[in-house]
Write a protein that binds this ligand. Structure first.
Ligand code: SF4
Ligand code: SF4
Length: 205
């Protein structure tokens, strides 16, 4: 798996959930399908008058979520920025060519007056596949995206009792000094953290 394949999979999913935060810090989410993909970028259309546009203009943070029929969750975390003014018309035309239904929503030149295209060129992409055994997860970046770490790790305080191994639903903890979590197979369920008798398991992030 890699970032480019993740973007391709999102393209096949088609309709994605886009989450932002509003001026009160409350989550806001909606479905978007007016999207054009490049190998390492995503461009999407919305209307300038929508709350979505205001949230992107004032905060910019966005999480994009898609779920495939193969039980793959793909989440992209980024800051979206408006495409340069000189590129707006071309970007709108490309998205409308790829999504013909949009011409019914914004016929003729109304699309240029109402519409704006945002772009995501720097992002962290999280891939999480629940359809394989053990489960598989990995993170990638496009552009200058940053990887953030979540889940759990085992510190040198581990005494090797093996309790966490027994209670790990994915059997993804291997013995050693200290024991180690195979991060790519970890559910982030927290069982190891809960059962460790010497608190050797730490949360990441
Ligand atoms: S339960 Fe804690 S001490 Fe025991 S093996 Fe796991 S991490 Fe190490
Ligand atoms: S968080 Fe859950 S899945 Fe991950 S290593 Fe701990 S017990 Fe296993």
């Amino acid at each position: 798996m890699d970032a480019q394949t993740c973007l391709k999979k999102l393209e096949y999913v088609g309709v994605l959930a886009f989450a932002t935060v509003d001026e009160n810090g409350a989550p806001q989410i909606r479905n978007i399908s007016a999207i054009h993909y490049e190998p390492e970028a995503m461009y999407f259309f919305t209307a300038k008058g929508k709350a979505f546009c205001k949230e992107l203009m004032t905060d910019g943070r966005v999480q994009v979520l898609g779920y495939t029929k193969y039980k793959e969750m793909i989440r992209l975390s980024a800051k979206a920025v408006p495409s340069p003014e000189t590129e707006q018309r071309t970007r709108i035309d490309t998205i409308f060519e790829e999504q013909p239904y949009l011409a019914n929503v914004y016929p003729d030149d109304t699309r240029y007056l109402a519409g704006i295209v945002f772009e995501i060129t720097d992002a962290e992409i999280e891939y999480f596949n629940l359809g394989v055994n053990p489960i598989f997860r990995e993170k990638y970046i496009i552009g200058n995206g940053q990887i953030t770490f979540k889940g759990y790790t085992i510190t040198d305080a581990c005494i090797g009792c093996g309790k966490c191994v027994k209670d790990c639903p994915q059997r993804c903890i291997v013995s050693g000094k200290p024991y180690q979590i195979q991060q790519e197979h970890c559910l982030h369920c927290g069982n190891c953290y809960a059962v460790c008798p010497v608190h050797a398991v730490e949360k990441r992030g």
